[in-house]
Structures are given as structure tokens and as C-alpha cells.
Design a protein around this ligand. Structure first.
Ligand SMILES: Cc1cc2nc3c(=O)[nH]c(=O)nc-3n(C[C@H](O)[C@H](O)[C@H](O)COP(=O)(O)OP(=O)(O)OC[C@H]3O[C@@H](n4cnc5c(N)ncnc54)[C@H](O)[C@@H]3O)c2cc1C
Length: 386
């Protein structure tokens, strides 16, 4: 039996939990900003965040491909919660690949099992490393060697708050960067609410503030001398894991289209993006995502196809959500129709880091550098930094 076949009962159990527990909450999550903490804990107990982790780390010893399938199952019912599943499983991914045994030992099993809920505040650092914006957290090395002192703030980080963990990165002047975990109880660490979003209000997205926060060495995922190699190792998984959100939302859009076609197929057939076309493109992207995810699990995937896949998922999700709204017609224009929620969820897939514009910039930079290197005309700086 292949690994994919042996995962089938597990994925089915996740799908069942989503159907019973999450689907009935989707409207309250979207309209009332309900944070689905209980569902997250139940999903964690089922193994929903640890597919890509070894049994020793509290996972199920499958791969990132199965983790993406889990996120897809969640996204089919609720894109907002699929983002939370990505946040949690991505923190587990970071911990699993940290070269530092102390931080892994401290948190990985609890994060993998959903006993400690965790957010990833890496947008700013990832955008900074891609040359898009300046870094917002600054660290100083403590002179007694105990760790670092961190100051600054991050505008939007989801799945954080009281009793949660946050994983973030900071720059250290003259040395590079560190990546570290910070518990909500750390002295000098504070959260504030954000202005209301048009969607994703159920993700507990907060503003993180650091005032002389002490980060002990055993909370450090990567010290400056480990950071470059570490980011290179985790980034494909960080980017690919998000594909599950878009693939799941697209499945939800197909559900809307099929439902609408039961009564109005005779006019829906004149729309541009038909259900079989979207379904075929979805199947292709799912297969590509699974292949790349298995390579990312082994640490052998190049970044360029990963960025292209993630961009293609954003584009398909936007297309599917637009088509779902058009299929549903006036009924789909009702505030509580799922097609409206899908539209806002789809836009989020294309704006959360790496946003579609960010992906296209990175792809452009890498391709320019590769062609310059091939022509022997310019340095391969972009190739080295991505
Ligand atoms: C609902 C919601 C949930 C989010 N959850 C997370 C999360 O869990 N973790 C996370 O790291 N990010 C999170 N983000 C941030 C997100 O990933 C993007 O960084 C954000 O949407 C801005 O991207 P952009 O491409 O529009 O920024 P750009 O248009 O490229 O940025 C414009 C300018 O705005 C400011 N700015 C924008 N984004 C940031 C940022 N992230 N840090 C610092 N300054 C910024 C900067 O001055 C920047 O130059 C969330 C955003 C939303 C709306």
C-alpha cells in the first residue's frame, strides 16, 4: 500500500470532523468573527497539524502532501479556518526543521497535537528578504550569552493571543537575523486588536508589540549563523502549505457552481469559467502541489516551481470564486450566500504573504538573474537570495 493510500482513512476522518463540527460554524466564523478554537483542538487531537512530522515529534509520519490535503478539506468548508490550519501546521514545520533541539523539545509535540495553538508572524521578514519592505523587529544579543532582547511591532498576526505561541523573526545589526518563538506570557510582549477586516475575522488576528522582550536561547529556532540555511529549508513548505487554502476554497466554489447548475444550467452554460474547466485545473494543481510537497519534505525542491504553483493557486481561486458568484446570480448576491464568503476568502489567498504581486516579483527576480547568469552579463544575486 502506498503512503497516499494509507493516508486515505485519516483524511476521511478529518473530512468527517470538518463536516460535523466546522461546516455548521462557517457562517458565524465569517459574520461574527467566531474563533474556532475547539475545532482546532479537536483537529489537533486527530493529527490534523502533524501529517508532515515524524511520530517522535507528535506527528503521523506522512508528508507535507497529506498536510495540504487536510488544509484542503478544511478550506472546502471554511477558508478562514484553513488559514488557521496552515498557521498551526506551519509552526510545527518550522519547529521540525529547527537545528536547535531545545526549542523543538519545548514545543513541537504540543503544537503538533493542537494543545498549544500557534501563529506565524513571518510576513514582514519574508517580504523583507524579497526586497519589499524593511524589517520591523530588532534584536540585540545579550552580553551574558543568555539570548536576545527584542523590540518593535508586527501589524497583523493570526492565531495568536492569550495562551498561544507566536513564531517571528528579527534582525540583529551586523549579524543578520534570528527566528524565535514567543509565548503570550513573555514580559514586555503585548497584543492589540486590529481594525475590522472584510473577511477572516475569525482568525484572531492581532497586532504584536515587543518592548525589551527577553528571548532565551532555548526559544530560538535559528541563530544568525543558522538563519540563511534554515530559511532555505523551510520556505518551500511555508509557501506550499498555503496551497491547501486555495485548493479547498476552489472546491467550495465548485460546490456552489454545481448547486446552481441544478436549476440554472441552461444560462450558466454561457459563463466563461465552467465547472468542468475549473475542476480539471484544480486536479492538475493538486497533483503538482503533492509532487512538490513530497520533494519539499525531503528538502530537495527548487523554489521557482513552488512560487509558480502558489501563484497559479491564487489565480485559480480568484477565477473560481468569481465564477461561483456569477453562477449563483441574485441568490449569490445575498449577504449570507456562501458565494459572497468565498469571494472574500479567495481574495485573502491572493493577498496574504506571499501575495500574488509578491510571488510575481520573486519569480521575475529569479528568472532575470538566471538569464543574466546564463548570458554571463550580471551577478546572480537574486539566485543566491531566494
Ligand atoms: C486577515 C489578515 C491576516 C493576516 N495574518 C497574518 C499572519 O498570521 N502572519 C503574518 O505575518 N502576516 C499576516 N497578515 C499580513 C499579510 O500576510 C500581508 O503582509 C499583508 O496583507 C500586507 O501585504 P501587502 O502585499 O498588501 O503589503 P504591501 O502592499 O506590499 O505593503 C505596503 C506597506 O504596508 C506596510 N505593511 C504591509 N504589510 C506589512 C507587514 N506584514 N509587516 C510590516 N509592514 C507591513 C509596509 O509599510 C508596507 O511597505 C495578515 C493580513 C490579513 C489581512
Amino acid at each position: 500500500m502506498s503512503q497516499a493510500d494509507s493516508a486515505t482513512p485519516f483524511i476521511q476522518a478529518v473530512a468527517e470532523q470538518v463536516r460535523i463540527e466546522l461546516a455548521p460554524l462557517a457562517q458565524a466564523i465569517d459574520q461574527e468573527g467566531l474563533y474556532p478554537g475547539e475545532f482546532m483542538r479537536h483537529l489537533g487531537a486527530l493529527g490534523g497539524f502533524g501529517a508532515a512530522l515524524s511520530a517522535q515529534d507528535g506527528g503521523s509520519g506522512l508528508t507535507l502532501a497529506e498536510q495540504i490535503e487536510i488544509t484542503t478539506q478544511v478550506g472546502r468548508a471554511c477558508g478562514s479556518t484553513a488559514f488557521l490550519v496552515w498557521c498551526q501546521s506551519c509552526c510545527a514545520w518550522y519547529l521540525a526543521h529547527s537545528p536547535n533541539a531545545a526549542v523543538r523539545g519545548r514545543y513541537i509535540r504540543q503544537v503538533a497535537r493542537g494543545e498549544l495553538l500557534a501563529g506565524t508572524g513571518m510576513s514582514n521578514a519574508v517580504k523583507h528578504l524579497a526586497g519589499i519592505e524593511k524589517i520591523l523587529l530588532r534584536a540585540q544579543r545579550n552580553t551574558d550569552g543568555s539570548g536576545y532582547t527584542v523590540n518593535g511591532s508586527l501589524p497583523w498576526v493570526s492565531n495568536v493571543g492569550d495562551g498561544h505561541l507566536a513564531v517571528v523573526a528579527a534582525s540583529i545589526e551586523g549579524e543578520g537575523y534570528i527566528m524565535f518563538a514567543v509565548p503570550s506570557t513573555a514580559k514586555g510582549f503585548d497584543t492589540r486588536g486590529c481594525l475590522q477586516f472584510s473577511g477572516l475575522e475569525g482568525t484572531q488576528t492581532l497586532n504584536l508589540r515587543f518592548h525589551n522582550v527577553q528571548v532565551p536561547n532555548n526559544d530560538v529556532l535559528a541563530h544568525p549563523n543558522q538563519f540563511t540555511e534554515y530559511i532555505r529549508r523551510i520556505k518551500p513548505g511555508f509557501v506550499l502549505g498555503q496551497a491547501g487554502m486555495g485548493l479547498g476554497i476552489t472546491e467550495g466554489c465548485l460546490d456552489v457552481m454545481r448547486e446552481s447548475n441544478t436549476s440554472t444550467a441552461h444560462v450558466n452554460m454561457f459563463l466563461d469559467d465552467q465547472e468542468p474547466d475549473i475542476a480539471a485545473q484544480l486536479a492538475l494543481l493538486k497533483a503538482q502541489a503533492a509532487t512538490l510537497a513530497r520533494q519539499a519534505q525531503e528538502g530537495v525542491t527548487p523554489i521557482l516551481p513552488v512560487l509558480k504553483l502558489r501563484a497559479a493557486v491564487s489565480e485559480l481561486t480568484l477565477k473560481a470564486a468569481n465564477s461561483a458568484v456569477l453562477h449563483a446570480g441574485a441568490k449569490g448576491y445575498l449577504a449570507l450566500h456562501p458565494a459572497q464568503r468565498r469571494l472574500r476568502e479567495a481574495v485573502f489567498v491572493a493577498i496574504v504573504t506571499p501575495a500574488l504581486k509578491h510571488l510575481r516579483k520573486e519569480i521575475h527576480d529569479i528568472e532575470q538573474a538566471a538569464s543574466a547568469a546564463a548570458n554571463g552579463t550580471q551577478s546572480d544575486v537574486a539566485l543566491a537570495t531566494h
